[in-house]
Design a binder for this molecule. Structure first.
Ligand code: PEP
Ligand code: MN
Length: 279
């Protein structure tokens, strides 16, 4: 049974109420490691199916891809919308991989629920409380990405909005935060992993792609995330990253993904985990 954390909770109270749910079902598979892979955004049938086949063959446990994209510029590509969801459904049908996809607007919830096994709440919407409550009421599993400048307590409070609706299927995601450093896109806060695991029973997923911003950093960050005890990784993969509509420089190449996945699997094994879908 989840106990809802008080909005003004002190650190001690967080320890007392969010943590240590001894309920046997609360965390059925603590040794599982989810490798969630796929493109930043759904661009075309060929791109989606090629990527889904490649990551499936390499042992990924779930497929990611955005049909609704939170873009900094309102003039940038905003995603294929329902057509993107249809392509994700085709990838799921073909590979059997569960789907993780972002929801930005509660009005799109019914369409997203048709295909999503896990609804992603993006970093920019982590504090969109009405959206969190709505996905909470849907009962669908939710992956909540840490806001660009959010504290861990704020992330946990965002999770509470979902949990409060009786939906306990919440995954937390560290995806890099804003710091003074400009040498890479965001600062991946790996300390957050063991700290979140002290504070809560919820699975903690790491996104090395958005933190890194460039391909060469993605594997070392992934290995570190697995070794530090993350419950999974969500990583961007594209058949032709140079042609990608968004986030090309940070996307792994499909033809390099199998080697990458094998090394991540080894790192996860060091932390005592085996590859398994997150839901
Ligand atoms: C994404 O996963 O494609 C994404 C936009 O992530 P974030 O919300 O972490 O920036
Ligand atoms: Mn992206």
């Amino acid at each position: 049974m989840m106990i809802v954390m008080k909005p003004s909770a002190t650190e001690d109270e967080i320890q007392a109420v969010v943590t240590r749910i001894e309920d046997a079902g609360a965390r059925a598979h603590p040794v599982n490691f989810a490798l969630i892979a796929g493109p930043c955004t759904v661009e075309s049938r060929d791109q989606v199916l090629t990527t889904a086949d490649a990551v499936n063959a390499a042992g990924a446990t779930m497929f990611r891809g955005g049909a609704y994209k939170p873009r900094t510029s309102p003039y940038a590509f905003q995603g294929l919308g329902v057509e993107g969801l249809r392509l994700l459904a085709e990838a799921k049908e073909r590979t059997g991989l569960p789907i993780v996809t972002e929801l930005m607007d509660a009005r799109d919830l019914p369409a997203v629920l048709e295909v999503a096994d896990v609804i992603q709440i993006g970093a920019r919407n982590m504090q969109n409380y009405s959206l969190l409550s709505e996905v909470g009421r849907s009962g669908c599993a939710v992956l909540i990405k840490r806001g660009l400048s959010s504290t861990l307590e704020e992330l946990l409070m965002a999770a509470e909005y979902v949990l409060k609706e009786g939906n306990e299927n919440v995954l937390l995601c560290e995806r890099g935060i804003r710091t003074f450093e400009t040498a890479y896109r965001f600062t991946l806060d790996l300390t957050a992993v063991p700290v979140l695991k002290e504070l809560t029973h919820l699975p903690v997923i790491v996104d090395p792609s958005h933190a890194a911003g460039r391909r060469a950093l993605v594997e070392p960050l992934s290995l570190a995330a697995a070794a530090v005890g993350a419950d999974g990784i969500i990583v961007e993969v594209h058949p032709e990253p140079d042609e990608a509509i968004c986030d090309g420089p940070q996307q792994l190449r499909t033809d390099a993904f199998a080697d990458y996945a094998a090394r991540v699997e080894q790192a996860a094994a060091v932390a005592g985990k085996i590859l398994h879908a997150a839901v």
